[in-house]
Design a protein around this ligand. Structure first.
Ligand code: GRF
Length: 216
């Protein structure tokens, strides 16, 4: 491959299994990208250990160290801008970002959300799917805008909910599809197959529908 790898900054808050899936895809040459920096807002995020194990630079940007949201966002933005990535990847980052960050990285920031958006933005998505008796659930990768979990949808992957499923089993099923979904979407962007043009996602030369590409 001659083009330069896609330079990523990954933001996490916890376990980092999606981060791990991205690292693994890069190491297996399935994703033409490089992770320049992993930033966590939680000092004990296991994802930081995962990153260090693979020689990836890490930074802690703890929201509790700043007097208000505005100051926190400024510090986070400065850290990201210092690296000047092609793409900012939110992978289980549990902070709502201010509009200065989302507008600076509009079209260059992705999130993975554990529901079939626009269904269930926000928290407790597995619980809601179970309580509502849904027969299907899934995960969505979307561009980040200032609307929480509301930006243009790139791709979704679905699972069937079995009558025996509970929160734990659903979480496991969702994580396993996410670990395919996120690296796949990133590779489409790295290869130029997927672009955002005038707020419209173009995939393989064609406009995607508002619910994005359906992976399964
Ligand atoms: C994922 O389920 C993702 O959809 C959501 O947060 C979770 C992060 O999990 N945004 P992990 O830290 O990548 O294991």
């Amino acid at each position: 491959m001659t083009q330069r790898p896609l330079a990523l900054v990954v933001l996490i808050s916890g376990n980092g299994s999606n981060l791990q899936a991205i690292i693994d895809a890069i190491e297996k040459d399935e994703l033409h990208a490089t992770i320049k920096l992993v930033i966590s807002n939680q000092p004990d995020a296991f994802g930081l250990i995962r990153a260090k194990k693979h020689g990836i630079a890490t930074a802690l940007c703890d929201h509790r160290d700043y007097p208000n949201r505005h100051c926190y966002d400024d510090a986070l933005l400065a850290l990201i801008e210092d690296v000047d990535p092609n793409l900012v990847v939110l992978a289980g980052f549990m902070r709502i970002l201010g509009s200065r960050i989302t507008s600076t990285y509009q079209g260059k920031m992705l999130n993975i959300h554990p529901s079939l958006l626009p269904k269930y933005p926000g928290l407790h998505t597995h619980q809601q799917a179970l309580q509502n008796g849904d027969t299907q659930h899934g995960s969505t990768v979307h561009f980040v805008t200032k609307e929480l979990d509301g930006g243009p949808i790139i791709c979704q992957s679905k699972i069937d909910i079995a009558p025996t499923d509970d929160m734990k089993s659903l979480e496991g099923k969702i994580k396993s599809i996410e670990h395919q979904l996120y690296p796949q979407v990133l590779q489409w962007i790295a290869s130029g197959q997927l672009i955002l043009q005038d707020k419209q996602i173009i995939f393989n030369g064609e406009r995607l529908s508002p619910t994005g590409y359906q992976l399964t």
